[in-house]
Design a protein around this ligand. Sequence first.
Ligand code: ZN
Length: 329
Amino acid sequence: MKRGATVSELHRFVFEGLPVRGALVRLTDAWQEILQRRQLSATGAWPQPVRALLGEMTAAGALMQANIKFDGALILQIFGDGPVKLAVAEVQADLRLRATATVEGEVAAGARLSGLVNVGNKGRCAITLDPRTRAPGRQPYQGVVPLFGDRREKIEALSAVLEHYMLQSEQLDTKLVLAADDRVAAGLLIQRMPAEGGSARPDEERIGLDEDYNRIATLAASLTREELLTLDADTVLRRLFWQERLQRFAPRTGADGPRFACTCSSERVAAMIRGLGQDEAAGIIAERGEIEVGCEFCGRQYRFDAVDAAQLFAAPGVPLPRPGSSAVH
Ligand SMILES: [Zn+2]
């Protein structure tokens, strides 16, 4: 069996003459770096089911980011009511990405989505589009989807949650196949394209009715987890769509491709400490000698002692963090 490349890559394509487009992502080095950083941190590696979920989220985030024209961060979050309290995958427009999860308590071996984040029916998934340049006070766009199907059954596949979101938010049929292990986080997205201007029927009236899309989505759904994780992109696309006419775009890889990068900085941490207020900050320093803030995404530790803190509160005119800033938890 042919092994995939070791550098993360993202491929986009359209089906010639048909209203269907697609993307395939394979996160290898980028995903391994996220896992390694966590493993080396004080908290240690996430349990296996959490790694699998987070890998799928990261692959999905890259696919969704590549599929929209948007200059900013796409943030996929699951707010859980089970052992996973929060899982986040964030992908910038240039495909820099990072991901993290907060786990409290025991994760059962083989736990599925509901066992991780939807034990008491309160789990939900949020997709946020945060523009790179945003006017002060403007909130980023956020869509929230429950982890339930139409008949209130718990959804056990992240792909189904996100397909539901894209149908709701964009009125577009979408098929997603996702898989992750400790080496690769990968995904395939197939989507019916929005109607051209002047089309007789609006997108919401075409849901489920496009025969070309339905055929291609069925082919995509036949991709197994094992194939997605182990085969390179060319092989996957050839096996699935050998009877279709695919027009492929130049793959994005290396410095232009999906890669791990954290957006945390000492300026952002400083702004956060300033947000606590001088009394609170002084209290922490009196108690512990310093304020220590660790980045949940990359593991970097930021330390501010009494002198640093005094400087922080003495320097005027430095803005407070933007609301909703997710650089540091
Ligand atoms: Zn960081």
